[in-house]
Each structure stands twice: as C-alpha cells, then as structure tokens.
Design a binder for this molecule. Sequence first.
Ligand code: NIG
Ligand code: FE
Length: 401
Amino acid sequence: MRTLWQHCHAATMAGGRYAIIEDAAIITAAGRIEWLGPRAELPSSAVAHSVDLAGAWVTPGLIDCHTHAVFGGNRSGEFEQRLQGVSYAQIAAQGGGIASTVRATRAASEDQLFSSARQRLEALMRDGVTTVEIKSGYGLDLANERKILRVARRLGDELALTVRATCLAAHALPPEYAGRADAFIEHICQQLLPALADEGLVDAVDAFCEHLAFSPAQVEKVFIKAHELGLPVKLHAEQLSSLHGSSLAARYQALSADHLEFMTEQDAVAMAQAGTVAVLLPGAFYCLRETQLPPIDALRRHGVKMALASDLNPGTSPGLSLRLMLNMGCTLFRMTPEEALAGVTVHAATALGLGDSHGSLEVGKVADFVAWQIERPAELAYWLGGELPKRVVRMGHELNL
Ligand code: NIG
Ligand code: FE
C-alpha cells in the first residue's frame, strides 16, 4: 500500500546532520521511502491513504547498535557491592561479573531467555527503537552461545523489530577453560564460530579486548577466522585500559570499536582511515562511575563517525531507554544533541553494516521512522527517559506499541 505521511517536519539525518525539511511529506510504498520532500513539491500521483501527523517531528527509527539483551538473572547484588566501593574488576576476579551471568544464562531455557529479553526489547521499542543489535557472550560454549543467538533470531522473527545478531564468544573465559585462554580462543576459531556461522546465526563477530578478558593477539585470531568465514568484526576496546584494540579493529576494517574511554589519538586516526565507527556507551561509563572520558574532540577532529548505544546488559549498563543515552551522551560526553541523534540513527546503522538501507530518511531506504510530538529535535536528548508521545512506523506500517 502506498501511504502519504504529511503535516510534519523531518530531521532526515542524511549525511549525519539534522538536514531538516520543514512542512515535509513522505510517501512510503512496499516498506520503503518512495518520495520525501517539502509538501509544496509533492508529486500529484495518486496516493490511496494519507496520514496527518499533526505537526510532529519525524526522525529515522532509532537504532540501538550495541546490546547484550539476552541473558539470565540480573546483577543488582553486584550493583550494591559496587556502591560499597568494590570495583567491577574485583567482582570479576571473585567469580562474579560476566561469569555470574554465564551461570544464570546456561541454567535458563530458550523460552525463559526469550521472554525476559522480549520485555527488555519492548521497553526499547516503546522508546522509538526499530533496529537492535544483540550480542551473545553469556553462553561461552557452543550449545549456550547457540541458544542465545537462536533467541536473538526468534526475537527478530516475532517482534516488529530488525535484529542483528553478533557472536561475542570471546567475551570472558568460561570456568572449564580456566587458565587456558589460548585453548579457548582455539576452540572458538576451530569449532564454535564455524558451526554457528554455518547455521546462519551470526551477522558479525565481536570480542572483549581487555586485561581482564582477551589480549590483542588473541582477538586477532578471532578476527582472522571471522574474515575467513566472510563475517565483519566489531570490538569492545579501550573500556578500562589502553591496549590499542581499536587500532587492531581498524586493521580488520571493523564495523565498529566500542567503549573507547582509553583510546589514543593514533587509534582515532586508524579508525578514521578504516571507516570504523566509534560506538560510545555512556550507560556503562555512568554505572561504573568512570572518570576517563572518551576523546570526543579527537574523534571529531579526525572525522570518526560516532554512534551511541545502550549497551543493555546486566552488569555495567542495565539501560532500557536509548533516549536516556542521548541525554547521557550530551551531558556526560559533551556531544551535541545533533551528534547524539546521528549516533542512534545514521551512524548506528553504519556500525551494523546497514548504512545503505537504514538510519536516515532517504528515498529507497526502509521506511522505519518515528513521528515525535516535540517542538524541536533537541528535545529527544533533553528529556530524561520517560515516554514521549509518538507514532512509530516500521517498514511503512504504523506499530501499535
Ligand atoms: O559492554 N565490556 C564487556 N561487556 C559488557 C559488560 C558485560 C557484563 O558485565 O556483563 C559491556 O560493558
Ligand atoms: Fe558491551
């Protein structure tokens, strides 16, 4: 069905800017944007169905390009420990942290994981999210990584949401490989990744490059295997210390390097040259009460595209609102509201390898958009969470959220 959406303003986010069209009209057909422009220039071709958006601001559907949304249990107990002064690294060293979520996730059935993740994703959707990335990484063996990735696929099938699934098997060392990190990496490369890729469960491959996780040399082995399998890579890098994982990611044309608080200017140069997106995660920065800011000025100076994401996970960022991350990106990281919105639309799409089809309002792209009842686009970063009145359109159809 061809639909005309009118009486609205559009922040198209084409080219990473608001690129505003006042008094805009949008024609959608077959799930795509067929025409977009000032209403005064609307072509006279017949439109079956017209929707009055009552002066709303239309943006692309929001894209949360870094989540760990599928997990068992929660870690509110560790939250209390951290409030008492115990650090994230200390908790991990005591067998908590990622390892405790691995235990809970291994114990959970596929249905249990599906229903808890579904509730979290529905919260994101009510906030205007139409595309989400979901990482595995709480299974850490073939059967349990498969379970998480199957749940991610099922969420994409059953919810009105586009889901990209990322295999993050190199997230932490499982107990059965204690003291044998190289052997675990070998297992990932020889068995786990090829099997899951063969089953069509993997859109990208990620790893955690950090002293308390895997070294750059170990991560590189995973990247080489991912490329052999034809899969793009991403990396958790420079979150707690500088190992130049982001430069390594750039050498492997990574879609993104994420966190980046401790990255250097040289890392930024490498990422700019490779077109690797910097995914900034203010929720984790905030929850861990970090003080080292990601080098936003260096990223800007070298033209690295910046995305923002929730990092939704039970340990460092139990964030259920992507718009709250817009506010944090501005308040904590000093991004502008325009940069923040580009970070959850056009640059987030690029961070998922979806830059040609998603992330901006442009003719030919998928018709995913949100019509917000706001007066200015900056309001999207201004309000602290809550629900803004809005209408969400996915693939040309309005959702009933
Ligand atoms: O993105 N940094 C590593 N992974 C997650 C945290 C995972 C956890 O603590 O459960 C992150 O912050
Ligand atoms: Fe993460």
